[in-house]
Ligand binder design. Sequence first.
Ligand SMILES: Cc1cc2nc3c(=O)[nH]c(=O)nc-3n(C[C@H](O)[C@H](O)[C@H](O)COP(=O)(O)O)c2cc1C
Length: 189
Amino acid sequence: MIRELVIKNRSYRRFHQEVPIERETLKELVDLARLSASAANRQPLKYLLFCQPEKNQLIFPCLSWAGYLKDWPGPAEGEKPSAYIIVLGDTRIHPSFSCDHGIAAQSIMLGATERGLGGCIMSAVDRVKLRQALNIPRHYEILLVLALGKPREKVVLETVGADGDIKFWRDKDDVHHVPKRALDDIIVG
Ligand SMILES: Cc1cc2nc3c(=O)[nH]c(=O)nc-3n(C[C@H](O)[C@H](O)[C@H](O)COP(=O)(O)O)c2cc1C
């Protein structure tokens, strides 16, 4: 079951924007992050939740989508995320966050996938602009933005070919292909 969930948990970047996500759902997802591992159990992560169109439109312009798809500027109106979770590091608790935010993000994304939702972990974020737009206090480091919604695209996994190219691509039917390295190529001993 975990394998199926992990395979289904792809990065989705196009959504049914008209399908709302309740704040309560976002809280349940953050609860999964709360229960996850944390370096020295410091639990320095904090979260901002957004699920309203007026607020969402403050976040969207701060994000960069799918860098390898040079001719695609990102989701169009109607296919943008319905919700966002911003993962913050509270520097008053500790100055660095180890890989806590990656673990938290994966827990949240797996929970979203289980609920029939999907999204994208995003670190290509204009943090200066986002901090200003949302008035985020300086003691919070902006670590990740998690874009969430009901997926509206097909994503399939491929195996990285002999040329070693890891860049994802879209085919003529608009299916998104993601090459993954073969198991034998990543177990080195
Ligand atoms: C830490 C991290 C940061 C990422 N940042 C972005 C981003 O800023 N923009 C984006 O479109 N995708 C971003 N992604 C998604 C990756 O591009 C995606 O994971 C990769 O293409 C593999 O696809 P998959 O998630 O379906 O396996 C990020 C993923 C991770 C784990």
